[in-house]
Design a protein around this ligand. Structure first.
Ligand code: FAD
Ligand code: SF4
Length: 448
């Protein structure tokens, strides 16, 4: 333990974001970093609880008390080695994880001021890259080949773990870059794409073969592999089938997010396919994280106004008695993108889109809803009849993704990550990849 009384004297200090006027003018990462002395102090707040709920809450089973202890004593290399025992890619989770661990930290439950576990994780892995601790290793080969289809966090973790166990791994990716939603969903201002490239380079040096622009037909898997991991995510977004959906200017969130990420990678788009929020009034339908990423993106593109609507009621601020620990706290989340400017509204259903004579969207009719309790745990939505028009000349649908259905697959095929569970989190997909790799190894070793 860093300092048994540190939690009494040292307040939680977050690194915070770059100033709004500065960050809104670019797509660079918004989160700042603390210096190493401040970081050590933050790590010293960990009380090394007898029963540390944080690593129970982390889907990867990360060991925060152990790495906080090493960090608080400046043993950065040791902290890094503890971290990578359970997490293949702390540079991703350290940036984008919603930190399930922190919601379970005893300092959260007692004084609402958890250890900055996620930020400390990011600091450790970035120090490890800077200091040259992260180097490609060579692993003895066992003569067996495994195919991984899809290169999001689930595919990358499955490939990484199998490669270490000696398998010859080929990752097939239909897009032109590796990374899945890390690459094309999550905006640069949360996760810079150089962070993915840096990791992929190491994985390539360690022997993993990446084949981009390889759209695999899941009914006819490539031959010559002892096992297959299907890590193809949730490609189908939830649609909003109301009158006017066909109007121009209504897009799925992923259309604009992926295009923006491609533009930043230097790709060009013709007028027909180019989507921009410049000088537009934008309406984002869907109050979750994807919607928040749309807000950050359109503000950077030069939108004149952004409104985000959600059909569910506004969650309480700070603490929600309906979702006590160990449940995930359903509380109001204000992201860096929300801070940058948008109107947020709740309890609104979308009735129809309104269009101009030339077929472009110009507004949306919404209707207020009420949520009426029908039993202790269930509420039913009821329309109130209070309708209004929200003006919008760009509408982005951010209402989640559908869980894919797969045909009956042979025994040597695993479905991993969001493809198996429906939309989840990067940390859960890395955990799923690690688990799948263990199971694939067990199956192949028992066959040989
Ligand atoms: C906009 C957005 C923001 C998000 N932000 C966060 C966040 O901040 N924090 C967080 O924890 N989670 C976040 N998520 C969720 C997270 O990104 C996903 O849960 C995670 O990426 C899913 O990983 P995956 O590997 O299962 O699939 P994906 O990341 O979806 O990757 C699947 C890959 O498979 C490829 N593929 C599909 N079909 C084929 C085929 N037939 N052949 C070859 N390749 C194929 C796809 O091209 C893709 O590259 C966000 C999601 C979105 C949409
Ligand atoms: S991966 Fe996420 S939940 Fe796990 S320790 Fe890191 S920040 Fe916490």
């Amino acid at each position: 333990m860093g300092n048994p009384k540190a939690f009494l004297d040292i307040p939680r200090q977050e690194a915070g974001y770059r100033p709004i006027h500065e960050r809104i003018a670019d797509f660079s990462e918004v989160e700042q970093t603390l210096n190493s002395s401040e970081r050590k102090l933050q790590a010293s707040r960990c009380m090394d609880c007898g029963v540390p709920f944080c690593h129970w809450a982390c889907p990867l089973g990360n060991r925060p008390p152990e790495f906080q202890d090493a960090l608080s004593h400046s043993r950065w290399r040791e902290a890094y080695e503890i971290l990578i025992r359970t997490n293949d890619f702390p540079e991703f989770t350290g940036r984008v994880c919603p930190a399930l661990c922190e919601k379970s930290c005893v300092l959260k439950l007692s004084i609402d001021s958890p250890v900055t576990i996620r930020e400390n994780e990011a600091a450790i892995i970035e120090a490890a890259f800077r200091e040259g601790y992260v180097v490609a290793k060579k692993y003895a080969r066992n003569g067996l080949k495994v195919a991984v289809i899809g290169s999001g966090p689930a595919g990358l973790a499955t490939a990484n773990q199998l490669n270490r166990l000696g398998y010859e791994v080929t990752v097939f990716e239909k897009d032109e870059y590796i990374g899945g939603l890390l690459r094309f969903g999550i905006p640069n201002f949360k996760l810079h794409k150089a962070i993915i490239d840096r990791r992929v380079k190491i994985m390539e040096s360690e022997g993993i073969c990446f084949k981009v622009k390889s759209n695999i037909d899941l009914e006819h898997l490539p031959e010559g592999f002892a096992a297959y991991a299907i890590c193809t995510g949730t490609p189908e977004a939830r649609n909003l089938e109301v009158p006017g959906r066909e109007l121009r200017g209504i897009h799925f969130a992923m259309e604009i997010l992926a295009q923006q990420n491609r533009l930043l990678a230097g790709q060009k788009f013709g007028d027909e396919e180019f989507i921009t929020a410049k000088d537009k009034k934008v309406l984002v339908i869907g109050g979750g994280d994807t919607g928040s990423d749309c807000i950050g993106t359109v503000n950077r593109q030069g939108a004149v106004g952004v409104c985000q609507i959600e059909i569910m009621p506004q969650p309480p601020v700070g603490y929600n008695p309906l979702t006590p620990w160990p449940q995930w706290p359903n509380v109001l989340k204000t992201s860096s993108s929300h801070e940058e400017g948008c109107i947020r509204r709740w309890n609104l259903a979308t009735n129809r889109f309104l269009g101009t004579e030339d077929g472009r969207v110009c507004g949306v009719e919404v209707e207020e809803v009420e949520w009426i309790s029908v039993s202790e745990n269930r509420k039913q939505m009821s329309l109130t009849g209070k309708k209004e028009i929200i003006e919008a000349d760009l509408v982005l649908l951010a209402m989640g993704f559908l869980k894919p259905q797969f045909p009956q697959l042979p025994q040597n095929v695993w479905i991993v990550g969001d493809a198996a569970t429906g939309p989840s989190l990067v940390v859960k997909c890395i955990a799923a990849g690690r688990k799948a790799a263990k199971e694939i190894d067990a199956m192949l070793q028992s066959n040989n």
